[in-house]
Ligand binder design. Structure first.
Ligand code: UN1
Length: 504
């Protein structure tokens, strides 16, 4: 047994007030390797309301002291965490591939995104946190300051088990909040590793608390807890709606990063080979399990045949397998219920009379049988209103939708309830800028696929994708801070704003 294998199958607790503890109910659940379900990655605390209550109490106790730590001091902790992530990048990435399934190069990219966020946030720790603004009165100074919200809840998805927790935790902590973190039940070990690293980096006990478990049992009590002042959630539209409703009722701030039905528009003048490269990476990278995954290809008639032919030939050559095998292009999907859901969309595509061009089945022969493998799938002859062209599949399935010109392509691209990431392939500068103007999404790419966001820019989407917030980039603090406006009058007399200003 390798040292890496010896790490598997251990039992882990929650992090509460700086201590690792089992769930109060004593129950656990397993995280298994999606490429080999017989391999148990670990046993994790199955938390319930009582554990959430403990975690929130620890956070409430720790938050004022953390908020009083100077921001550059808080930034030092994030900086050290970034260094530890970098030192352990390979080891963490390998563990991530075992727990989540993505191929090793992508798992390294996921850890790198966390490292990038740490570096960026550490730098932000010495940036201005407000502005001095002129007053209309003499001898009066006005300024603003960003202050922490208090205790915040972060609920993260399984598809980016290191990057997305870093997007949430690092700005939340740097801003001076205490956090209760509930990671997705499919990837608890990555969350535990991140919590260990932040602890080792010097985060005081109780500033970050981690509860593992399921949405209804641990996530819902976290969202409902009266001491949680803001919730940051990335996941499905259905759960996002429930969280938003609860937060609306309880008067809490909520930021949502939900689904996508992202598209690449391929114009007649595009570099077709480049567009096929983009469609392959955007559609089948991470087995299509990114919010930003390219799931629609909107192709102008003149290049439809050549584009589709090249795409299908290349998809047919993608190698499905264990993400730890360097020969693998497409890894497994996260769990069996997702596997069934992805296949149900193939059935829907058939019912809708779309044409299956390749894939369309669960791979179950030989070693595939122990994992959750779906063959990379392409549907042609797809009309924009079909369910396979409207609903998020979150798997290795793409649809090709014919369009006659740019105006129609843009209409189709904008014609879903989502607005995360849209792209255009063209050599025509004017078309590229028209697309930038007209595409209704938080992120637009030109001559690149819909995936590949960098952490120093805002990330998020319009319409059902979100509720107006953006993660990462200079906007990262908006989610996790309140603005405080301060007026200081040193005139020594009563000065009335709007009135004592010398105006009639
Ligand atoms: C997600 O799909 O949930 O832009 C996040 C990208 C990655 C992040 C994706 N940097 O594809």
């Amino acid at each position: 047994m390798s040292a890496e294998e010896a790490e598997l199958g251990k039992t882990y607790g929650n992090l509460i007030g700086g201590e690792w503890r089992a769930a109060r109910g004593g129950e656990t659940f397993d995280s298994v390797n999606p490429a080999r379900r017989s391999e148990v990655v670990g046993h994790f605390a199955r938390s319930s309301r009582a554990d959430v209550d403990d975690a929130v109490s620890a956070a409430v106790a720790a938050q004022p002291g953390w908020a009083r730590t100077p921001m550059p001091g808080r930034a030092e902790v994030i900086d050290r965490a970034g260094r530890l992530l970098a030192e352990r990048k390979e080891e963490l990435a390998r563990l991530m591939t075992r727990e989540m399934g993505k191929v090793l190069t992508e798992a390294k990219g996921d850890v790198q995104e966390g490292i990038d966020m740490a570096k960026y946030m550490a730098g932000q720790g010495r940036n201005p946190i407000g502005e001095v603004v002129p007053s209309e009165l003499r001898d009066k100074r006005c300024f603003t300051e960003r202050v922490p919200i208090g205790v915040v809840g972060c609920i993260s998805p399984w598809n980016f088990p290191m990057a997305i927790p870093c997007w949430k935790l690092m700005p939340a902590l740097l801003a001076g909040n205490a956090v209760v973190f509930k990671p997705a039940e499919d990837t608890p070990l990555m969350a535990i590793r991140l919590a260990e690293i932040l602890t080792e980096a010097g985060l005081p006990p109780g500033v970050l608390n981690l509860v593992t478990g399921f949405g209804e049992e641990a996530g819902a009590p976290l969202v409902e807890h009266p001491a949680i002042r803001a919730v940051s959630f990335t996941g499905s539209v259905d759960v996002g709606q429930q969280i938003a409703a609860t937060c609306g009722r309880l008067g809490k701030r909520v930021s949502l990063e939900l689904g996508g039905k992202n598209a690449i528009v391929v114009t007649a003048d595009a570099d077709i080979e480049l567009a096929v490269d983009g469609a392959l990476w955007g559609g089948f990278g991470t087995a299509g399990q990114r919010c930003t995954a390219t799931s629609r290809l909107i192709v102008e008639g003149a290049v439809l045949e050549s584009f589709t032919e090249q795409l299908v030939a290349r998809v047919g050559k993608l190698r499905l397998g264990d993400g730890l095998d360097p020969a693998t292009d497409v890894g497994p999907v996260i769990n069996q219920s997702q596997l069934q859901r992805i296949h149900s969309y193939t059935e829907i595509g058939h019912q809708e009379s779309a044409r299956l061009l390749t894939g369309g089945s669960v791979a179950s022969d030989g070693a595939f049988g122990d994992g959750n493998f779906y063959r990379p799938t392409v549907f042609g002859d797809v009309r924009p209103e079909m369910r396979i062209a409207q609903e998020e599949i979150f798997g290795p399935t793409v649809v090709v939708i014919p369009a006659k010109d740019l105006a129609e392509s843009v209409r189709i691209a904008n014609g879903t309830r989502y607005g995360l990431s849209l792209s255009i392939y063209t050599k025509d500068l004017a078309k590229a800028f028209h697309a930038v103007d007209l595409l209704e999404s938080g992120i637009v790419y030109v001559n690149a696929p819909t995936i590949g966001a960098e952490i120093q820019l805002p990330f998020g989407g319009t319409k059902w994708t979100g509720n107006g917030h953006r993660e990462a980039g200079p906007t990262a603090f908006d989610e996790f801070t309140e603005w405080k406006t301060i007026y200081i009058d040193y005139s020594g007399r009563l000065q009335r704003a709007q009135i004592d200003t010398g105006r009639e």
